[in-house]
Design a protein around this ligand. Structure first.
Ligand code: ATP
Length: 366
């Protein structure tokens, strides 16, 4: 079946040491040929998901499917999956060629075939001519590419990458983000990438799973997740946000503090308590009398492309603004925003309920 997911988790839980529940009834699907990112804070279970896919451990409950068949009991070396570890786990006493050829030698490939395959992999990762370099003569970025070359010679259907960029400095890290993304496109292999860096996840992924405390809070494209976070945790984790408690007065009308605001959301009960996100870049600075919100500037930082301005409204709510306009500390200013800039979140909504609600009024606009 060409359209079936390459990997599927069905109600998977993982308990360590009898009582530490690390994954809590997790279900998701991974489609073939896409770049997936598992994103979440330290300890949320990202690496555990990779280990379960790789076969380094088994779930305590639930089933893991690969191309439609259960693989819970299939050992790691029989799975069409290769892992690139955070520290790359290269053999320091072997040169680049020998590192990449290692798995093929174990599989008893012929010398000529190994040479051809390694050469091809080196070409793929732009390391032609580096065959006989020692690992300790390679930079962090080059080691990363050797590790990827070592994974791709096995022709896996899935490559798992566990925070592979975290040891690199910012500039190299950005370069490698482009490189990895490009490599995944050229290879057409499914990549599952782990990071706790939201910018990295947004920049690289076709699909992101946002994890928290052993659960998938939300899955979707970077734009979906950024523009329509399901709850406060996701809104806060994905980019800087202004999050306030509010009430839906009626469809398309929201109240927070003593004021009402037009929005584009519907399908809530009258006076339902909700949470609202407005991104800092969606707030526009204007004069006091023209602003929907009146605020006082508390602090301001220049961030290179924009000013990051922190203000407080009359009710004591903090508002973070990203603007190319400057403001003075202590100044009273107005803030404006479009109805579309308000993202309303229903408290305690599951991902299925959230998707159904959005689909229900897809195409229905005010
Ligand atoms: N072998 C183990 N035995 C017991 N507890 C473990 C084991 N491995 C991981 N844990 C615990 O399980 C939880 C999830 O770990 P995991 O490594 O999956 O998280 P993570 O999201 O990858 O975190 P990080 O970003 O810090 O690597 C953590 O609380 C961790 O301490």
């Amino acid at each position: 079946m060409p359209d079936q997911p390459i990997i599927r988790f069905e109600n998977v839980s993982k308990v360590y040491d009898q009582n530490t529940l690390v994954l809590d009834d997790v279900s998701f699907e991974i489609e073939r040929g896409k770049f997936y990112t598992l994103l979440g804070p330290s300890g949320c279970g990202k690496t555990t998901i990779l280990r379960l896919i790789a076969g380094f451990m088994q779930p305590s409950k639930g089933s893991i499917f690969f191309n439609g068949s259960i693989i819970n009991k299939i050992p790691a070396n029989k799975r069409q999956v290769n892992t690139v570890f955070q520290d790359y786990a290269l053999f320091p006493h072997l040169n680049v060629f020998e590192n990449i050829a290692f798995g093929l030698k174990i599989k008893k490939w012929k010398k000529k075939a190994i040479e051809k395959k390694v050469e091809e992999a080196l070409r793929f990762v732009n390391l032609e001519g580096y065959e006989y370099r020692e690992i300790n003569e390679m930079s962090g970025g080059q080691r990363q590419r050797v590790a990827i070359a070592r994974a791709i010679v096995n022709e896996p259907e899935v490559i798992l990458l566990d925070e592979p960029l975290s040891a690199l400095d910012l500039k190299l890290r950005t370069e490698m983000q482009y490189e990895l993304r490009e490599l995944q496109r050229r290879l057409g292999i499914t990549f599952i990438f782990v990071t706790h860096d939201q910018e990295e996840a947004l920049a690289m992924s076709d699909e992101i799973f946002v994890l928290n405390k052993g659960k998938v809070e939300q899955s979707g494209t970077p734009i979906d997740i950024y523009d329509e976070p399901i709850n406060r945790f996701v809104a806060d984790f994905i980019g800087e946000s202004n999050i306030v408690s509010a009430f839906m007065k009626e469809d398309f009308l929201l109240q927070f503090g003593s004021k009402t605001f037009e929005c584009v959301d519907q399908g809530f009960h009258s006076n339902e308590q909700v949470e609202v996100v407005i991104r800092p870049e969606d707030l526009e600075i204007t004069s006091m009398d023209k602003g929907k919100l009146k605020v006082k500037v508390d602090s301001q930082l220049f961030r290179g492309v924009h000013y990051e301005i922190c203000c407080y409204d009359e009710e004591g709510n903090e508002w973070l603004v990203h603007s190319t306009k400057k403001a003075a500390v202590g100044e009273e200013i107005g803030l404006n925003f479009e109805p579309e800039a308000i993202h309303v979140m229903r408290i305690g909504e599951t991902e299925e309920e959230f998707d159904r609600r959005l689909e229900a009024y897809d195409g229905v606009t005010k």
